[in-house]
Design a protein around this ligand. Structure first.
Ligand code: SAM
Ligand code: SF4
Ligand code: F3S
Length: 471
């Protein structure tokens, strides 16, 4: 695999010049006060991480971030294309911005992310969303100063949906949403082309960041007091392929665990095709890695898995789970599943249910198949009506509810280490290593700390508990 050269954003003198010009022009437009930017993110954690970098770039141009659309001088939607529903929400919300713009002519509106990497979406924006001023794709975020400058100096719509540059941009500024949990992308793009999925088309080919860059970023986060670091990629198990250094994901994890400090690592997403025993052994051997794996299976039926182009069988998946559980008793396993893939019969769906029973997942992300333009599955025969798919979907949800409930009930009487995250419904809410939400009486002073909580009861799959100690 050939990478385009790595781009060092911090050393990009041209972008710094554009940023300075934008700062001056925006200050003039807002009468000397700091312009305000509102960023709304749709989709997965990788998109959240991209938005954190975009916010960093905006701050470097003198913007202040706001949570209030009405106050904003610049509004950006960072979009997701994974299912039709996600796209419909963006179009609905982008349409509603027209009103805002008609009341505030100086408002700058932008759309970026996975949706804008599709030609038909850009055409629709150009045709029906004439109030949108800037459109940019998943590989153009670092060019935002230039794009804003072009719009501000010409007043014409600016579009940059480059799909040729599959490089890695390092040293982009970042404005993190949290102060104790952080996302660190370790790779971008995807090469797997599951037949239902749009991601490889909108995110480009798989490319890994150099291990030294990742290690330095994590060291900086740990030194800054971050407690939990989530490593991100569409298929973290193929980390390192194509790099000029010899490293795989298990080795990267090991090197990160060697960083001194009080922190935990999580990662997602693991693809079963590339999951190895070495990965599970590394997880088992290191206290710093949470004993939780998100391992999407998508379907429990071999014929459907083959037509999805997933690259593994039910037996291979179950074998991985068996090994993982043998080296990590109590491991929490979560997954993604699709109901109603084109042509899926009721019998094939039953194979999915039986796999769910066999694995005993802590929780599941469940989706009804959504045809995506340009993917092979979009063109497959799909004789099962949507109503029937919905009915099967409800059947699956009922099963998983029972399993999840049994899980949390089993936790009663035991003590779990929990990272306290927020106050919710008057209680502290946090997550166990296994990623189970646990709520308990307490106050703000606990937020961002690891505490021990004894689970005393369960309510609607949420574990309730009492503080048993602070670590
Ligand atoms: N890379 C991850 C993997 O392979 O497991 C998944 C990333 S994808 C963004 C998140 C989930 O969305 C997938 O695991 C799949 O269950 C679901 N998904 C993707 N395309 C879909 C589609 N066309 N219809 C329904 N669900 C879909
Ligand atoms: Fe989509 Fe498959 Fe890539 Fe995951 S591995 S992002 S499901 S193509
Ligand atoms: Fe993520 Fe959606 Fe793009 S799930 S990679 S934001 S299509």
């Amino acid at each position: 695999m050939q990478y385009s050269p790595e781009i060092n954003y911090a050393a990009d003198a041209q972008m710094a010049v554009y940023a300075e010009h934008v700062r001056e022009i925006m200050r003039d437009r807002t009468g000397g006060s700091s312009p305000k930017a509102f960023v709304r993110t749709y989709g997965c954690q990788l998109n959240v991480s991209d938005s954190e970098h975009i916010k960093g770039v905006l701050c470097s141009m003198g913007f202040e971030l706001t949570e209030d659309q009405q106050q904003a001088d610049f509004i950006l939607f960072n979009t997701c294309a994974v299912r039709e529903h996600a796209e419909d929400r963006v179009f609905g919300n982008a349409g509603a911005l027209k009103n805002l713009k008609s009341r505030k002519k100086s408002l700058i509106l932008a759309i970026c992310g996975c949706m804008t990497q599709q030609q038909h979406v850009v055409e629709r924006i150009c045709r029906s969303f004439t109030h949108i001023n800037i459109v940019f794709g998943t590989r153009s975020a670092h060019k935002l100063p230039q794009l804003l400058y072009e719009y501000l100096t010409t007043g014409s719509r600016v579009i940059d949906t480059d799909d040729q540059t599959d490089g890695v941009v390092e040293n982009m500024p970042v404005h993190r949403d949290g102060s104790f949990k952080a996302f660190v992308p370790i790779m971008y793009g995807c090469n797997n082309f599951c037949t239902y999925c749009i991601v490889p088309y909108v995110r480009g080919r798989e490319r890994s960041r150099r291990s030294g860059e990742i290690i330095n970023e994590v060291k900086g986060l740990v030194a800054g007091g971050y407690k939990e670091i989530m490593l991100l990629g569409q298929n973290v198990n193929s980390y390192g392929k194509g790099l000029d250094e010899h490293i795989n994901f298990a080795e990267l994890l090991q090197r990160l665990c060697d960083i001194e400090g009080d922190f935990k690592l999580r990662f997602m997403t693991s693809h079963p095709k590339d999951a190895t025993r070495e990965l599970f052994d590394t997880m088992a051997a290191n206290g710093k890695i949470c004993k939780h794996i998100h391992l999407p299976f998508q379907s429990g039926d071999n014929e459907i898995l083959r037509r999805m182009n997933r690259g593994y069988t039910r037996e291979k998946y179950l074998g991985l789970i068996e090994y993982a559980k043998s080296v990590m008793p109590g491991l929490s396993i979560t997954s993604d599943v699709i109901v109603g893939f084109p042509g899926e019969t009721y019998e094939q769906f039953q194979n999915t249910l039986s796999l769910i029973k066999q694995v005993d997942f802590t929780s599941l992300y469940t989706f009804i198949f959504s045809p995506r333009k340009g993917t092979p599955a979009e063109k497959m025969d799909d004789p099962v009506p949507y109503d029937e798919k919905s009915r099967r979907f409800s059947e699956l949800l009922r099963l998983q509810e029972q399993i999840a409930n049994a899980h949390t009930t089993k936790m009663e009487g035991s003590v779990f280490e929990v990272l306290a995250e927020e106050i919710r419904d008057g209680e502290v809410s946090g997550r166990s290593e296994g990623n189970v939400v646990i709520q308990f009486p307490g106050d703000e002073s606990l937020i961002g700390k690891y505490v021990n909580v004894e689970v005393t009861a369960t309510k609607n799959w949420i574990a309730k508990g009492r503080l048993a100690g602070i670590n």
